[in-house]
Design a protein around this ligand. Structure first.
Ligand SMILES: NC(=O)c1ccc[n+]([C@@H]2O[C@H](COP(=O)([O-])OP(=O)(O)OC[C@H]3O[C@@H](n4cnc5c(N)ncnc54)[C@H](O)[C@@H]3O)[C@@H](O)[C@H]2O)c1
Length: 319
């Protein structure tokens, strides 16, 4: 298959692209190397990907029509991962998030229709569940109580995807990722940031009393789910992709400390607005329809992350 991965220089996109290359798909990437975090890390992801196979890289902004047309040339399906991720910055910059996470995919689908491309996998997020649902979250839960602009853009994105699939008979699957981690994880995300602070012998800012909990999903398991979704497209579908387990923030910090051989110091701070208390995925739908079968429990995943992190001393500095 000829697949365009948007945001393919980023954390999840670069792993997805590598996995597609390994199985023999032809892969194009569009990424504007934005400054949400250091673009040099994205370039490094591309350099590593090029050791796996040939990839067509379009360095450009998906908001630009010419760039979209060029990226969509000779392509059968799109995996749309380009976005502004991160909950907390969305509170400071809601307009940017609406532009990048709602307008951009709308423009992308319009360009896909014009180019006759009908297959799309679209990144949503566990944050759509807000504080409204009881864990484990199932896909048919009420998702109309978001607690951040980021979550609201992901809910809006899903609604747009459903409308486009209905109107134009497109095959679109929205995937609700539950906090993804592993090598190349974004540097502002909890596990990566905590590891960096521990290597600097600095305290971890722990928001709340440490009892909030998350379902953390190892990158290889997410990639397995994304590729399975690509292979099972049909009409409009929504799936949770998580590990279906959860640990508290305090337990997570302990695990990272053990894996790095560092005794964590804690700076206890008030709960942050926009953060949800708990996430936990009900993955029965993805298991049934995608044969999704996550393999890496958190303790093993943290060991793998720490092993990778120790090989990248440039990441231990403030970036
Ligand atoms: N990482 C997680 O835990 C997680 C959880 C839930 C959902 N998601 C979603 O998964 C997707 C990928 O997340 P990630 O963690 O890999 O983030 P990332 O920031 O590492 O990757 C996104 C990439 O998109 C690119 N990009 C952004 N705007 C663009 C534009 N206008 N034109 C071209 N490229 C653009 C960025 O440069 C970046 O390389 C996002 O949609 C995110 O919201 C991620």
């Amino acid at each position: 298959m000829r697949v365009l991965v948007t945001g393919g220089a980023g954390f999840i996109g670069s792993h997805v692209a590598e996995s597609l290359l390994r199985r023999g798909d032809s892969v194009s990437i569009i990424d504007n190397f934005n400054t949400f975090y250091d673009p040099k890390l994205k370039q490094k992801n591309i350099d590593e990907m090029r050791k796996v196979g040939d990839v067509r890289l379009i360095r450009g902004d998906l908001m630009d029509e010419g760039m979209r047309q060029s990226a969509l040339q000779d392509c059968d399906a799109v995996i749309h991962l380009a976005a502004w991720a991160g909950v907390r910055p969305s509170i400071e910059m809601p307009v940017l998030y609406v532009e990048q996470n709602l307008l951009m995919p709308t423009l992308l689908v319009e360009s896909m229709r014009k180019a006759g491309i009908r297959k799309l996998v679209w990144a949503s997020s566990s944050s759509v569940y807000g504080e409204n649902s009881n864990p484990p979250f199932a896909e048919d839960a009420n998702i109309l109580a978001p607690v951040s602009p980021y979550a609201a853009t992901k809910i809006g994105g899903e609604a747009l995807a459903a409308a486009f699939a209905h109107l134009y008979e497109l095959d679109i699957t929205a995937l609700r990722f539950f906090t993804v981690y592993g090598p190349r994880q974004r540097p502002e995300m909890a596990i990566h940031k905590f590891a960096r602070l521990m290597m600097q012998n600095r305290a971890i800012p722990r928001f709340g009393d440490g009892s909030t909990s998350r379902d953390y999903t190892y990158i290889d398991d997410i990639v397995g789910g994304v590729v399975a979704a690509l292979d099972h497209l049909g009409g409009y579908q929504v799936y949770n992709l998580g590990e279906s387990d959860r640990i508290t923030l305090s337990e997570l910090i302990e695990l990272i400390g053990e894996a790095l051989g560092v005794q964590p110091q804690i700076d206890a701070l008030p709960v942050q607005p926009g953060d949800v208390s708990h996430t936990n995925a009900d993955i029965s739908r993805a298991k049934k329809h995608l044969n999704y079968d996550p393999q890496v429990p958190i303790a093993e995943g943290i060991r793998r992350f720490a092993a990778w992190f120790k090989t990248r001393p440039e990441l231990w500095q403030e970036i």
